[in-house]
Design a protein around this ligand. Structure first.
Ligand code: NOJ
Ligand code: CA
Length: 546
């Protein structure tokens, strides 16, 4: 397979999110690298994903796992060289896999030469590249993101004796986008990677680019103007390259980031994610339907990106206080599992390793509207280590086999950047890619077949969604429709068997074909269509007029 020329590729993609450091170590120094990752591309291709989203791999003091960038145009020495990156990119492209990289525009590391210069004296030409103040009282009321670590969004700089603004850690000073030189500098950086051939960027923390007194300094019109200018330049010089917004906001606010199809191509749907978990615990479809009802239409060329877990805590910013308490009570009873406003756990342990619930959630992920993202390791049901501090517990080495260090590295175990998971339930002897490849009924093999079906029908990536309204609230049922393709999805969100009567009058005469076994089910007739489902079971039916 090679890359097809298709500017809307991100709409039909299935993304795999990984951090190069966590994936595969080729030189036995205990840290994953590009050479190691390149050797694992066959695994990813076989899994059926079509794009890879790489976490930041730039030189960095790694105080925020690389989101604190010290140099935007090279590769962290632990991960290899720029040449290694180029080889990786070429090898990925050769397999038809697109590469999305991180671009952190909002802030740099305090070790970035720009900031070192800016703080060196008040007269320095780079002084105005960051946001300075004589007091720490400007922009009152702006929320603090890392509430467990930071007490203010201002930090004192002892060198230039003034305060600088930071929305994240105090070692991550915000860039000043009111200065056009900053915009030009980041555009230069983006061009550097685009010229190498990357397929898109995830723009980190994009809601916070600009600050204005009397506002929450989020989603400001000035921020949108910056994105529009970036997009204009991108479309002119690099058509087909994609911009993905990380804006942890309500759907109505995120909607603005699509503009008239002239800002972002894609944006994460943050509020949907916790509601999938809530719906399963509550055994009720309401949270999912409510949030999708509140989700505005987006321009034709745009796409939501959806996910279950990622490298951060499972964020509970986009829920009410009551909902947050519910999520904590149900999924993070042990306080060690909580960080900031979220839960630092992986999918499998959150589901108590119940294969049926893990499958149900993945089934939702692959059948709801949007481009799905699989977080590395979740395809084999990896566990977490909540004792590692910050969000590192969900960033442990990928478990390849039952050999030394889970096959991740040949270094002494003490040297690994983080210990491998080794407990009796989720440890690498029990949970690893190689053994799951060999076992026909493993989660990995199941995920492959799920992706195979998903990738064969464009209705999943492009289709409309229409919810059915059966009286049994434990069942979530929807029609997806695109061109000639119609699919009925029926999910039992509960832990017990359920019967459901579906009103499918509109499709009278159609025959539902179960999409995994390709078996025909009874034709839709006049009366409600009766289905029974086992605990957490789901069906995907292709509707055919035969
Ligand atoms: C969002 C990233 O996902 C997170 O990992 C990081 O800490 C913050 N942005 C700050 O860059
Ligand atoms: Ca290495």
């Amino acid at each position: 397979m090679t890359l097809e020329k298709d500017n809307l590729w991100y709409k039909d993609a299935v993304i795999y999110q990984l951090h190069v450091r966590t994936f595969s170590d080729s030189n036995a120094d205990g840290i994953g690298d590009f050479a190691g990752l390149t050797q694992r591309l066959d695994y990813l291709e076989e899994l059926g994903i079509t794009a890879i989203w790489l976490l930041p791999f730039y030189p960095s003091p790694l105080r925020d796992d690389g989101y604190d960038i010290a140099d935007y145009t090279s590769v962290h020495a632990s991960y290899g060289s720029l040449e290694d990156f180029k080889t990786f990119l070429a090898e990925a492209h050769r397999r038809g896999l697109r590469i999305i990289i991180e671009m952190v525009l909002n802030h740099t590391s305090d070790q970035h030469p720009w900031f070192r210069e800016a703080r060196s004296s008040r007269e320095n030409p780079r002084r105005d590249w960051y946001v300075w103040s004589e007091t720490d009282t400007r922009y009152q009321g702006v929320p603090i993101v890392f509430v467990d670590t930071e007490t203010s969004n201002w930090a004192w700089d002892p060198i230039s004796k003034s305060y600088y603004w930071h929305r994240f850690f105090s070692h991550q000073p915000d860039l000043n986008f009111d200065n056009p030189a900053v915009f030009e500098a980041v555009w230069e950086v983006m061009k550097f990677w685009l010229n190498l051939g990357v397929d898109g960027f995830r723009l980190d923390a994009v809601a916070y680019l600009v600050e204005r007194e009397g506002t929450l300094c989020e989603n400001l019109p000035e921020t949108h103007a910056i994105i529009r200018e970036l997009r204009k330049r991108l479309d002119l010089a690099y058509p087909g390259a994609m911009l993905l917004a990380e804006a942890n906001q309500w759907p109505a606010d995120v909607r603005a980031y699509f503009g008239d199809g002239d800002e972002f191509h894609a944006a994460f749907h943050f509020p949907l994610m916790p509601r999938m978990f809530m719906a399963v615990k509550l055994e009720d479809r309401k949270p999912i339907i409510e949030i999708l009802d509140q989700t505005p239409e987006i321009p034709e060329s745009c796409q939501w990106f959806i996910f279950l877990r990622n490298h951060d805590e499972l964020t509970l910013e986009m829920v009410t206080d009551v909902e947050r308490d519910y999520m904590y009570d149900e999924y993070a009873t042990d306080k060690t599992m909580r960080i900031n406003r979220g839960i630092r756990r992986r999918l499998a342990p959150m589901m108590d390793n119940d294969r049926r619930q893990i499958e149900l959630l993945n089934g939702l992920l692959m059948s709801m509207p949007g481009t799905p993202i699989v977080y590395y390791g979740d395809e084999i049901g990896m566990g977490d280590n909540i004792y590692l501090g910050d969000r590192n517990g969900v960033r442990t080495p990928m478990q390849w086999n039952s050999a030394l260090n889970a096959g991740f590295s040949l270094a002494d175990p003490e040297r690994l950047y983080a210990p491998v998971i080794s407990n009796a339930v989720y440890g690498y002897q029990a949970v690893n890619a190689d053994s799951q490849k060999r076992s026909e009924h493993s989660l990995l093999r199941w995920m492959k077949s799920l992706l195979q079906v998903r990738n064969a029908f464009q209705v999943f990536s492009r289709g409309t969604i229409q919810f059915l309204n059966p009286s049994n609230h434990r069942v979530l049922a929807y029609m997806r429709q695109f061109g000639e393709e119609t699919v009925l999805v029926v999910n039992n969100l509960s832990s017990s068997a359920q019967a459901v009567e579906l009103d499918v009058q509109r499709y009278k005469g159609y025959i539902p074909i179960e999409m995994f076994g390709r078996n025909l089910f009874p034709r839709f007739g006049n009366s409600p269509y009766l289905l029974t489902l086992g605990p957490y079971q789901f069906y995907w039916f292709q509707l055919r007029r035969i």
